[in-house]
Design a protein. Sequence first.
Length: 222
Amino acid sequence: MIGICIPAHNEEHHIAACLRAAMRAARHPGLSAEPVRIVVVLDHCRDRTAQLSAAWPVHCLTIQARNVGVARALGARHLLDAGARWLAFTDADPRVSEGWLVDQLSLGAEVVCGTVTVTGWEEHGAHAQRARLRFAQHYQDREGHRHVHGANLGIAAQAYRRTGGFMGLSCSEDQALVDKLEQGGARIAWTCLPRVTTSARPYSRVEGGFSCALRQGWGTGD
């Protein structure tokens, strides 16, 4: 069985599109009908994310941690206990491609670190053009990149267990785990093959994450 873990905190505007895309990936003929279990970890949701998620054939877990590392760890543990051999991680606002899982598994790696396609730059307002330019200058959407995104990450179950999994970090939990995997000698594919489209929103539910990098690290200001 393949597992997909999606942490969510107040994502009522994005969760339906996210789950629709995940379901398409789970039904890809290239998986040869291997079962795929999708778990949404609802972390301190105060909007309609829970109700909208319940309309889909997914498993929902509810916590009040307000911590993405804790949410990812809980979802991973649920999937491992259910028998998952491969863990695929994304977020509640991106949309994975139809071939996302097939592409991850095709690489023969223990860890797959994918890249992201960014859309919706207009949310940066007057900074939109500058933000898009700076992102294009600094981002490496190619094979051999060194980006780590929790929105596009795949890990073999044995490798995940070997390193102890995600730590309870409020951000950069994905980078910390990949660092541990790399130090432990895991076979890592740094690839642009599995595709995920994510929002360029300048403010997300987690401070210090990808949105913060778009807003500050690439020169958009506050």
